[in-house]
Design a binder for this molecule. Sequence first.
Ligand SMILES: Cc1cc2nc3c(=O)[nH]c(=O)nc-3n(C[C@H](O)[C@H](O)[C@H](O)COP(=O)(O)OP(=O)(O)OC[C@H]3O[C@@H](n4cnc5c(N)ncnc54)[C@H](O)[C@@H]3O)c2cc1C
Length: 477
Amino acid sequence: MTDVLVVGAGPAGVAATLRAADLGVRTTLVTSGEFGGMAANDGPVPVRTLAHAGRLLRDARQLSQYGITVNEPVLNYSTLLGRVREVVTEVRTKSSLRQQIDSSGVTVHENAGTARFVDSNTIETSAGLRLSADRIIICTGGASRRLPIPGFELTSTHSDAWALTSIPPSMIVVGAGATGVQVASIFNAFGSRVQLFEAGPRILVTEDADISSAAALALQHSGIAVHENFGAIDSFEKTSAGVRMTFTKGGHRFDAEATLVVVAVGWVAETSSLDVAAAGIELNERKFLKVDEYLRTSAPHVFAAGDITGHFMLVPQAIQAGWAAATNAVQGPTMPLVDQVSPMGSFTEPEYAQAGLTEAKAREAYDVVTSIVHFDVTTRTIIDGRTFGFCKLIADRKTCRVIGCHVIGERAVDIAEVAAIAIAAGMRVDDLAQLPLAYPTYGGILARAAVMTAGQLGLSVGWQAHRAEGVPLAKHR
Ligand SMILES: Cc1cc2nc3c(=O)[nH]c(=O)nc-3n(C[C@H](O)[C@H](O)[C@H](O)COP(=O)(O)OP(=O)(O)OC[C@H]3O[C@@H](n4cnc5c(N)ncnc54)[C@H](O)[C@@H]3O)c2cc1C
């Protein structure tokens, strides 16, 4: 019998394990797959390696603009997959987390089969391992949502990219959230003819509306056929060259065909094999594990963290939750999970990112002022020939604080990350405007947006580094 048993070795499980061991209790980690979970093996690390290849292809095509002559780039997909495996292995090997776990006396059962609850203190894995613990922390992550539609088994998920032997000539991507847009963008860069279908009124629905519409236009411009509000899918059928998707909109039937159909319509809790009911654990209305602010499930000695709870489904947040869950499991309910400013974005073409509130959300709670600086007027973007995009800054008129930042274009995520620090620090726009951010950089656009916003608020910014670029007059909205 161990004190704390952690199930799942993704970011949440690893953080929970390290924290529990650090607090001096006997800790065991069991996981069905490889150490590192989806983040290291099937999510951000490998997918962003593919995205990097897409970006290299794009960059190679820009070389002639700078007087460099090379042949047209040609992608060898199996070589690229070799590189993906190399990256995954290197990231895993270089991670100090595994060494920390091994040196902290934790018992690790890797590739141990899927665990299920036998009773509220015991789990058994499909490989026959039986483990009991005083407290259990469930960190089994999530899985791609499946749709109850005839022929759904003919569709693929992002994970099937690893099994392809060549680039499919054509692809339908259903679902235009972060994963779907990423898949569409990557395979479009690789040369597939991509059609992106979104049932809702706009792609990237969790992004600021201006970012969604700019992203939709940019994807279309890059050759992706973007279908928003496309209707409801009736079925998938096999054809001689791939898969046909039939759908209905406004009483009319349509179809679309491609070599491969990738469905990315959401992420559900990975509870299928766990039998959580055997431990008295309830699910919430979204079918994720129901937890309180201390990450306790409805069985008070069982905690949960990461994607399985349906909170922010991102790596840093999974780590934070794993840490908090282990603290509460060992020390009692002392560390509530607090929402923090969470910069997020995607390595798509174009890149987009956000920090803080969208304009619509901000307007629900504040009297806001917004400024937009376009990438075609900033020095660095002109130097790099990356003039598509903009940065939108949102401030609260009353406190003059930055409350949101939304960016589309080159290095959007890096820009939003700096804005997140300003938001977390409660910075006023005039303070941000006076930071001598390095010139000429992508991040410098923030200072320009801050100057514009300060102008709208009637604030004086005095000296300001980005006067070097000529700050446009305040734009009133
Ligand atoms: C395509 C894609 C791209 C992404 N890109 C990003 C990104 O760029 N940045 C970012 O922050 N986030 C990204 N995410 C999200 C991120 O990967 C997840 O939020 C994160 O991995 C969640 O961590 P976790 O520990 O909760 O679960 P996971 O990483 O999913 O780990 C779950 C673990 O539980 C194990 N497991 C599952 N069921 C059982 C069972 N019954 N018994 C035993 N073990 C079990 C699995 O083997 C695995 O080790 C991306 C996700 C996807 C799908």
